[in-house]
Design a protein around this ligand. Structure first.
Ligand SMILES: [Zn+2]
Length: 173
């Protein structure tokens, strides 16, 4: 059984979709991912293999099945395989961090632009600010978790865009 034939079979069984992100998978982007890695004695049989984007295969590398499941769960059912255009993806740990900070930068930009646009009608309380931020992010289709919202508020404070007294928010945008 050659890898290429395994790939063909898996691709067919998966309807030419990536196992992880569910996007159409061109053969040039496809690879065989061993769920239990070969380096941990995972078998080459189809029940241990999936066809997926090369990028995610590279990212998952030789993580244990447990670690891989954690990666999948961390995506909160909006799984996107790392972009294949990011050729800088090398170490799996670095990539995860870069992606996290990229997301935060985008959210930060969106929130800041939204707050600037609001002029005098900016929320005066931290709780209202958070829900205003979340609305802007939802409109941009990038909603955050409560924890991420918290850290975004802290970043606004750290960068001097807002100051918080008790529950009141002051802006210096
Ligand atoms: Zn994919």
């Amino acid at each position: 059984m050659t890898i290429n034939k395994t790939l063909d079979r898996l691709m067919f069984a998966q309807g030419n979709l990536c196992f992880f992100c569910g996007q159409t998978l061109p053969k040039s982007e496809a690879s065989v991912e061993h769920l239990v890695p070969s380096s941990r004695a995972g078998s080459n049989s189809d029940d241990n293999c999936v066809a997926c984007c090369k990028t995610i295969n590279h990212l998952l590398g030789s993580m244990s099945l447990k670690e891989k499941i954690k990666v999948v769960l961390n995506q909160k059912s909006v799984f996107k395989c790392p972009s294949s255009t990011k050729s800088t993806v090398t170490a799996k740990g670095n990539n995860v961090c870069q992606d996290a900070s990229a997301t935060q930068t985008d959210s930060y930009t969106i929130v800041l632009a939204d707050l600037k646009k609001r002029g005098a009608s900016r929320p005066r309380k931290v709780e209202t600010l958070k829900s205003t931020m979340q609305t802007a992010l939802k409109n941009a289709k990038t909603p955050l978790t409560d924890t991420q919202l918290e850290s975004l508020v802290r970043r606004l404070q750290a960068e001097g865009k807002i100051t918080v007294e008790a529950t009141k928010v002051h802006y210096s945008l």
